[in-house]
Structure formats: structure tokens, C-alpha cells
Design a protein around this ligand. Structure first.
Ligand SMILES: CC(C)(COP(=O)(O)OP(=O)(O)OC[C@H]1O[C@@H](n2cnc3c(N)ncnc32)[C@H](O)[C@@H]1OP(=O)(O)O)[C@@H](O)C(=O)NCCC(=O)NCCS
Length: 209
């Protein structure tokens, strides 16, 4: 009698859009929920991100048009990238406090070599969410979380294209100070612009008190 071939295990279920499967809130704020990103977030992120106005002051890494493929690529990165030497996923979705649907994102970019104890913060939200204080509140919570989660980090940095005054305001409200301007340091679609550097040192961060 021939031995029956072993039945292969069933494939894992596809990621569910069921809100019960979403990662729990890391912060429940008055204007948003900050939580880890889930595979089912890609369509909402794509809808919020797909706008020339949102991309205008972002680097080429934030494309425009922002396709569903780009959103899925970013979700793949955000759900797997951990800060080296830790088990921590540092990219969060900024979500509507009622529906838990992503409105934008916030995260860090690592620096290298002698700057490894600094992170650069990056953030964005869809146009419909602008001017409501969402990012001011989200960045303050995120900055506190970063300093508390990564004890080696002694400095956070924000790099802002000239003209992006809303972003400078958001950083200043989290305690960042303008340290200097890298004149004509950026060029995007042929337009040359300054890059403002804002920094926040751990010992200056009143959010930790
Ligand atoms: C920059 C950005 C994150 C701000 O988010 P937000 O949720 O609208 O920010 P907030 O509402 O918390 O605060 C923004 C402040 O800037 C003000 N503001 C908006 N546009 C402005 C402008 N052109 N000039 C000056 N201030 C401006 C707002 O009125 C608000 O101040 P107020 O509370 O005193 O009214 C958002 O516009 C965005 O996602 N932009 C596209 C992506 C981006 O630029 N990311 C940052 C890259 S460094």
C-alpha cells in the first residue's frame, strides 16, 4: 500500500480589514489615535497621501501620484522595519479617533556614523486633516515616546523645506528650535529651496518632565 502524501498546511489567512484585528492604540489622543500600521491600512493611506499638496514639501521618497502599490510598499516597510538592536517598530499611523482609519503617518529616519544617537522625525497627514491641531498633538506624543523608548537618543531633528511654515510651527510646538538654514540645499522638480534644520535635545524636552 502506497503511503498517502502529507497534506500541506493551509495558507495563512489574508490580512483582515476587521477593525478588531488592528494593532491597539499606542496613544489615544483628543484628535487622533496613534498605532502601529496594519496591512489593511494601505487603501486609506493611499487616499490621504495621494495629493500634490501633501507631497510638495516631502522628498522624492514620498511620491506623487501616490499609488496603492506605493502605499502597500510603505506598509510593508513600516510593518517590518525595527530600529536596529531593538524589537521596536517606530512607524505609526495617525488615525481618526472615531473610525481608527489612517489619516497620515509619523516615524523616524535613522542617522549614521557619528550621528547614530540622533533620529530625524518625519510626518504627514492628508489635506482634509490639516489645520485642526492633529499633528501638533501627535508629534508631541511621538517625541515623548521616542525619547522614552530609545534611551540612547539624545537629539531629534526635523528638516523642513523653505515655505513649509505649518511644519515649522508643529515642530516648535513640540519644543524644537531653529538651528540653522542650509541655503539652497534642496531641489525638487527643478525648484531650488532652503532646508531649515530644527533640533530638540533630550535635556531640553519639557514633554519628559
Ligand atoms: C505640515 C503638516 C504636518 C501640519 O499638520 P497639521 O495637522 O495641519 O498641523 P496643526 O494643525 O497641528 O498646526 C499647523 C499650524 O500651522 C498653521 N499653518 C498652516 N499653514 C500655514 C502657512 N502656510 N503658514 C503659516 N502657518 C500655517 C496652522 O494654522 C496651524 O497653526 P494654528 O494652530 O495656530 O492655526 C501638514 O500640513 C502636512 O501633512 N503637510 C504635508 C506633509 C508635510 O509637509 N510634512 C512635513 C514635512 S517636514
Amino acid at each position: 500500500m502506497s503511503q498517502k502524501e502529507a497534506t500541506p498546511p493551509p495558507p495563512p489567512p489574508p490580512p483582515s480589514a476587521d477593525s478588531n484585528n488592528l494593532p491597539p492604540p499606542i496613544f489615544t489622543l483628543s484628535k487622533s489615535i496613534l498605532r502601529l500600521i496594519h496591512a489593511s491600512d494601505a487603501p486609506a493611506l493611499q487616499r490621504a497621501a495621494d495629493s500634490p499638496a501633501v507631497a510638495k514639501y516631502m522628498s522624492y521618497r514620498f511620491p506623487s501620484p501616490y499609488t496603492i502599490e506605493e502605499a502597500e510598499k510603505w506598509v510593508g516597510y513600516a510593518t517590518t522595519f525595527k530600529v536596529p538592536g531593538t524589537d521596536v517598530l517606530p512607524s505609526f499611523a495617525i488615525c481618526d479617533p472615531v473610525t481608527n482609519t489612517p489619516l497620515g503617518g509619523i516615524g523616524i529616519k535613522l542617522k549614521e556614523d557619528i550621528e547614530v544617537d540622533s533620529f530625524e522625525v518625519g510626518y504627514w497627514c492628508g489635506e482634509a486633516s490639516w489645520g485642526k491641531g492633529i499633528m501638533t498633538e501627535a508629534l508631541r506624543a511621538y517625541v515623548k515616546w521616542v525619547f522614552e523608548t530609545f534611551p540612547n537618543v539624545n537629539r531629534l531633528e526635523g528638516e523642513v523645506f523653505g515655505g513649509n511654515d505649518a511644519s515649522i510651527k508643529v515642530l516648535e510646538r513640540a519644543g524644537f528650535v531653529h538651528e540653522g538654514t542650509r541655503r539652497k540645499a534642496g531641489v525638487k522638480h527643478g525648484v531650488v529651496f532652503d532646508i531649515h534644520v530644527l533640533g530638540l535635545l533630550r535635556e531640553e524636552c519639557s514633554l519628559l518632565e
